[in-house]
Design a protein around this ligand. Structure first.
Ligand code: FMN
Length: 455
């Protein structure tokens, strides 16, 4: 009977494959050394296929569950892996995709799927990435790039790099400390976090824990609620209101429907409130979200919203020059170009493709930021070269949280920092606020507005 022991760490990939084949041929004789498995990380590092295989069998009820620590363990906290076949193995994640892979192993299946999912065919989610890949860099050499400045400002707020944390509901899906841990991680990286209306911790709890600047992301749920949320955010010290505009209706994901996903954690900002469940329960992405009860917010009500607070206003989810134009006419201070990570309307362009037309339409009258698909420092440089002031990351913050709470969020941000800095040097640039547009090749047709692009 194959029995996995610490010594098996020294298996070669071929031996590993042979062992897997053995187990496949007679799964019922497969036994795990539970004690060793409790040290999950070496297993995950050395036998990723085996771990994946075990998960599938557990899900099918063909194998007893593994120790809790492996199934839900925080991978990053488990001690360093042993050398494999005599060589030292890199232990820490070296890019965001390493965090992604580890988060997948650490999280319960349904939570993982909720975080990763996009709407419908997930075309836009994929296109967010493929669009970044269409932009290429034009490096410039023989320049003095010994000193590089990547610190910048967003709406006058200093941040140590042009990478922010996008607003996302339900951080407790990835870590019990939820948004509090995210705020700590972002603060350690000296950057800004946007807190979602649908957070599990309340805005006051997050503000208490935060050491960096915070913006409050607002979902309009009726005039009274919006007024209450905006005032509380102002009192708690948030520095801007980010109104998400791309959710006129809910967008349940097909993966979640298939998983019968149910939201587990409460929404911190509505805790203890006695109100109609349809108002305060659910998020834009899960059951219970029903915005039809309330008068919608339209361009006409923006003035009302502005009148509630002296805080600057950012619109999140703008996707066209037309709406960007409308936004600046209505005096908004910032525009976060976003496809919501492909989680709302599917079949749109990738967010980065929309940046040129929106930068042109705003013509310097509002700051422009972009999220959706940012995974590399070079993505950040591409966005900035197209005229964005900063970018934000969504799913990667969940990956960091799942791997190691606030350390993981900090780790994700620091990897991006290093990559941004290195990319600057390669492109012959020494200040993120003075990037030469010529450091990227922009595909023909980007920036054309709507309809059929003329040849
Ligand atoms: C699990 C999850 C929950 C989200 N919740 C919100 C939300 O409550 N409000 C919002 O404006 N955007 C929300 N977003 C969208 C993010 O703000 C951001 O636009 C998107 O994640 C960026 O794409 P990326 O994940 O490819 O980085 C959510 C994203 C994810 C992955």
């Amino acid at each position: 009977m194959p029995r996995l022991r610490p010594d098996d760490i020294a298996l070669t990939p071929e031996e590993n494959a042979a062992l897997l084949a053995d187990i496949e041929s007679d799964p019922d004789t497969f036994e795990l050394d539970a004690e060793w498995f409790a040290g999950a990380r070496p297993v995950i590092e050395v036998f990723p296929d085996l771990v994946e295989y075990s998960r599938r069998r557990i899900a099918m009820g063909l194998m007893p569950p593994l120790p809790e620590k492996l199934v839900r363990g925080r991978v990053g906290k488990i001690s360093a892996p042993r050398a494999m076949a005599g060589g030292e193995m890199a232990n820490d994640p070296i890019n965001l995709y390493d965090y992604e892979a580890r988060a997948k192993l650490a999280l319960p299946h349904n939570n993982w799927e909720f975080i990763e999912a996009g709407s419908m065919d997930e075309f836009t989610t994929r296109r967010n990435r493929s669009a970044f890949e269409q932009l290429t860099l034009r490096p410039r050499f023989l320049r003095d790039v010994q000193e590089r400045k990547i610190a910048t400002t967003v709406l006058g707020q200093e941040i140590s790099m042009p990478v922010m944390v996008a607003p996302a509901g339900s951080h407790m899906l990835a870590h019990p400390d939820g948004e509090v841990a995210t705020a700590r991680g972002a603060g350690r990286s000296d950057t800004l976090m946007m807190l979602s209306t649908s957070s599990n911790y309340s805005m006051d709890e997050v503000a208490d824990a935060a050491t960096g600047p915070l913006w409050f992301q607002l979902y309009h749920r009726g005039y009274n609620f919006t007024e209450m949320l905006v005032h509380r955010a102002e009192e708690a010290g948030f520095k801007a209101i980010v109104l998400t505009i791309d959710t006129p209706v809910a967008s349940p994901k097909e993966r979640d429907l298939r998983n019968r996903y149910k939201r587990e954690h409460d929404l911190g900002n509505f805790r203890g409130m006695d109100a109609d469940r349809s108002v305060i329960s659910g998020t834009d992405e899960t059951e219970g979200w029903d915005v039809s009860y309330a008068p919608p917010i339209t361009w006409r009500e923006l003035e009302w919203l502005r009148g509630l607070t002296s805080l600057p206003l950012v619109l999140k989810g703008v996707r066209t020059a037309e709406d960007a134009h409308e936004a600046v006419e209505n005096g908004v201070d910032g525009i976060l170009v976003s496809t919501h990570g492909g989680r709302q309307l599917d079949m749109t362009m990738g967010a980065i493709e929309m940046v040129p037309e929106i930068v042109a339409a705003t013509n310097g009258r509002a700051e422009v930021y972009v999220d959706s698909g940012v995974r590399r420092g070079s993505d950040v440089i591409k966005a900035l070269a197209l005229g964005a002031k900063a970018v934000a990351i969504g799913r990667p913050l969940f990956w960091g949280l799942a791997v190691d709470g606030d350390n993981g969020v900090h780790g994700v941000l620091e990897l991006l920092r290093e990559e941004v800095d290195r990319c600057m040097a390669f492109c012959g640039q020494s200040d993120v606020n003075a990037l030469e547009p010529g450091i990227i090749n922009v595909p023909y047709g980007w920036g054309a507005v709507g309809g059929t692009t003329a040849p």
